[in-house]
Design a binder for this molecule. Structure first.
Ligand SMILES: [Zn+2]
Length: 424
């Protein structure tokens, strides 16, 4: 990771189409699907990726640079599959609309109207435009209007798509002036341990461990398992189109929830002095030879990269830097004495074979991640004599609620306020 992080935000709008040719836009999204499928098919066939854009663009009924954007997105999906296995190998047989990704001022254009609206013009086909005004939340419209009039913002690619039969436009904007604080200036480090049904966060200052929070999201795991079973069933019955629909629904559900969790992580981190949020670099782990069954399982159970990415860019908008560490041994190391042994950990329980320290295992990992992160910042890591109690919240569709916690002190007896204790 470089120090500079782009501040990119995606703004979502509904399209109020006034040019009376909504079907033209819909046809273009079907053509985008065909382009996507063709790209994936060629990539699977082993065609040189550099040769694919021209090959596909030649007979696509889209504006050329729009075709190139869709091809690039398809190849990105293939790349993600090879790197991270996020959602299985991309399909080239799905049908239905696919987002029409377009370059600003080439595939689409925006302008302020005299009425204070934002007008759009999308080139659905070469020389054929769909026009109207954008509708959406005040917050997103405000940012977009600012972006249209200020040098501080740059408008980037957009995606036109249909969501529940409604036409939408998702616009990427970049703030070119706002900067992310240099992570070397950080005063606290927030270690983030991502798991199948929770994230554990621990904040380390130069003196001590400040606080720990575990955000539980059991419904993501539950829903993913439910979808997995449903998909297997329809797949066995040969109903591929239903399989694909379910996959799309699952992906939207999971990503919506991950957005909420990532927002929560950033909100919590903001309370500390000059935080730097630290993640495990799972790619590095994957490339090493023996990364153990826990990591293997984690890699296949949640689109971790997505959660890390969402958190990272939301943090960037608050000026908060992020950093990445090698995840080796983060789950086996005792956060108190440093003794590292696989047997320290037994599922959700952590018990150090050397000093006897007992902990919530994911919290322990988040402490280790924070410690590694602070070493990368050249801190003298404080000796940890005590750890604060683990606070738990449960993340539900309706928001976060405090989860009931079992109260008992950690082995070394530290209690912040007697309110809650280590559970598990
Ligand atoms: Zn120990």
């Amino acid at each position: 990771m470089t120090d500079a992080q782009a501040l990119i935000k995606t703004l979502d709008f509904q399209l109020d189409i006034q040019s009376d040719n909504e079907s033209l836009l819909y046809d273009a999204t079907l053509e985008a699907r065909r382009v996507y499928n063709e790209t994936i098919r060629l990539a699977k066939e082993g065609v040189d990726w550099d040769a694919i854009p021209d090959r596909v663009a030649d007979d696509a009924a889209l504006v050329k640079n729009t075709t190139q954007r869709v091809v690039a997105k398809a190849l990105g999906a293939m790349e993600n599959y090879y790197e991270y296995d996020d959602f299985g190998q991309p399909s080239h047989t799905k049908d239905g609309a696919y987002p029409l990704r377009a370059n600003y001022e080439e595939g689409y254009n925006l302008s302020l109207t005299d009425d204070g609206d934002v007008a759009f013009r999308i080139s659905a086909k070469p020389y054929k435009h769909v026009k109207g005004v954008l509708k959406g939340s005040d917050v997103h419209l405000d940012i977009l209007k600012t972006a249209l009039t200020s040098d501080e913002w740059k408008i980037g690619t957009a995606e036109a798509l249909f969501h529940n039969n409604n036409a939408e436009l998702h616009v990427n904007v970049t703030n070119t002036e706002q900067t992310v604080r240099d992570k070397q200036d950080s005063r606290t480090v927030v270690g983030v341990d991502v798991n199948e049904d929770n994230v554990a966060l621990t904040t380390l200052s130069k003196d001590s461990v400040e606080d720990t929070l575990v955000i539980d999201f059991p419904e993501i795991k539950f829903e993913r398992h439910r979808y997995f079973t449903m998909r297997k069933r329809v797949q066995n019955a040969g109903k591929d189109s239903i399989h694909d629909t379910l996959e799309g629904r699952e992906e939207r559900f999971v990503h919506d929830r991950l957005h909420k969790v990532s927002r929560h992580i950033v909100e919590w981190s903001r309370q500390f002095e000059k935080p730097c949020i630290v993640f495990e670099d799972l790619k590095e782990m994957r490339d090493s030879i023996d990364y153990g069954t826990r990591m293997n399982r984690r890699l296949h159970h949640l689109p971790f990269r997505a959660l890390q990415f969402y958190t990272s860019y939301k943090a960037a908008f608050e000026g908060i830097p992020t950093a990445w560490i090698n995840p080796e041994y983060t789950s086996q190391r005792c956060p108190m004495c440093g003794h590292t042994e696989r047997a320290n950990r037994n599922k959700n329980r952590f018990k150090c074979r050397d000093c006897g320290h007992q902990d919530h295992s994911d919290r322990g990992a988040s402490v280790n991640i924070a410690v590694k992160g602070s070493k990368n910042l050249d801190w003298n890591v404080p000796a940890l004599n005590s750890l604060p109690v683990v606070r738990k919240v449960r993340r539900q569709a309706s928001g976060a609620v405090d989860a009931p916690t079992v109260t008992h002190p950690t082995t070394r007896g530290y209690q912040a306020d007697g309110r809650m204790g280590v559970s598990n």
